[in-house]
Design a protein around this ligand. Structure first.
Ligand SMILES: C[S@@+](CC[C@H](N)C(=O)[O-])C[C@H]1O[C@@H](n2cnc3c(N)ncnc32)[C@H](O)[C@@H]1O
Length: 237
């Protein structure tokens, strides 16, 4: 009887200790806000609505060349040519196929949650004949890329609309190789002259606060060469 009591005490102790060591869950608040957002907040930031596939044409607007200067972004990422790059929230593929030509010995995983966007990506893959693009249907809380296979995750104008930002980044960290990078390309909220809806912009300070939830990530560099967007890079330890 005494032995059974001792055993029960040990089991309880182990459960308690493990419980305190576990990653604490993210705290999302549910409350209303800007109508371009959803009623859900993370670290004091209202999450934006997901841009519907009906807006795919807007992603291909010619002005992006001037507003975002994609060639400059690609230079800043310093690709060597053999990497596995994950383009999360690839949309119509505006960046996907540009990245693909820069990694001829590697490939691009184009991850989307909207099947309609994946259809556009498939059509573009056929039309361009670019073969090193792999399409991935993600979930809103999981990009489903598998473990330790990605060198660089890029999110252009995407992170602020994740419904589950904490869970998405945790999954990306698992998919990164050690030393792999995550690059956030977000419109500067610090600059009122950037003509983008408020919930679709983000400050560097806010992003760095949110990344503190992920102890496996450390800030690597912030690149400010684009006209409207930050490039904020974190590295997996
Ligand atoms: C504003 S668009 C940007 C598209 C593309 N990155 C570009 O710059 O042209 C945002 C995209 O992110 C996608 N998205 C939102 N949440 C997502 C998630 N959890 N996983 C994958 N894609 C997501 C949306 O479906 C949408 O196509």
């Amino acid at each position: 009887m005494k032995l059974a009591q001792n055993l029960a005490c040990w089991v309880l102790l182990v459960v308690l200790v493990n419980g305190t060591q576990a990653q604490s869950p993210p705290v999302y608040q549910v409350r209303p806000g800007d109508r371009d957002g959803i009623p859900k907040w993370y670290h004091g930031r209202q999450i934006a609505q997901v841009m519907g596939h009906q807006g795919a044409g807007w992603l291909e607007r010619p002005e992006r060349e001037i507003e975002e200067q994609p060639a400059k972004l690609i230079r800043a990422l310093r690709l060597k040519g053999d990497e596995v790059v994950a383009d999360i929230g690839a949309g119509s593929g505006y960046y996907t196929f540009r990245f693909a030509t820069k990694v001829p010995k590697g490939k691009v995983l184009a991850v989307e949650i909207q099947p309609e966007m994946l259809e556009l990506l498939e059509k573009r893959k056929t039309a361009t004949g670019i073969k090193n693009v792999e399409l991935v249907l993600g979930k809103e809380n999981d990009p489903a890329m598998g473990d330790s296979r990605v060198d660089l995750v890029v999110m252009v104008d995407v992170y602020h609309e994740f419904n589950y930002p904490f869970e998405m980044i945790e999954s990306m960290v698992k998919s990164l190789k050690p030393g792999g990078r995550i690059a956030f390309v977000e419109f500067r909220l610090e600059d009122p002259a950037v003509p983008i809806k408020l919930v679709h912009k983000m400050t560097e300070k806010q992003l760095r606060k949110e990344m503190k939830d992920h102890p496996m990530l450390e800030h690597d560099e912030t690149i400010e060469t684009l006209p409207w967007q930050h490039i904020i890079v974190f590295k997996k330890k």
